[in-house]
Design a binder for this molecule. Structure first.
Ligand SMILES: [Zn+2]
Length: 93
């Protein structure tokens, strides 16, 4: 079982969390200026890397807060777990 470190509650079982997708996706500041293809890319396309990946997780059965995790998609090793307010780029990890 995967153990995930909640920045507020500490290490807990994966079953307490909900996956929120890739971290760092920034909403375009002016959506009306985008083409349909650019808008669709923002809405649907994600990187899906093999290796290091920044993800959003919610501690749904705990404090219910959102946070970011850096996880290797091959080994599942989590190298970092942090609050979104602590993200270096300020955009959710
Ligand atoms: Zn928590």
């Amino acid at each position: 079982m995967l153990l995930i470190e909640c920045p507020w509650c500490g290490e807990r079982a994966e079953t307490e969390f909900s996956y929120g997708g890739e971290a760092g996706i920034v909403r375009p500041p002016d959506p009306d200026a985008l083409t349909d293809a650019e808008w669709a890319d923002y809405l649907f396309n994600r990187s899906n890397p093999r290796g290091a990946h920044r993800e959003l997780w919610n501690h749904a059965q705990g404090c219910r807060r959102w946070f970011a995790v850096e996880r290797d998609t091959v080994t599942y090793v989590i190298s970092r777990s942090y609050r979104l307010s602590d993200a270096a780029d300020g955009e959710g990890g």
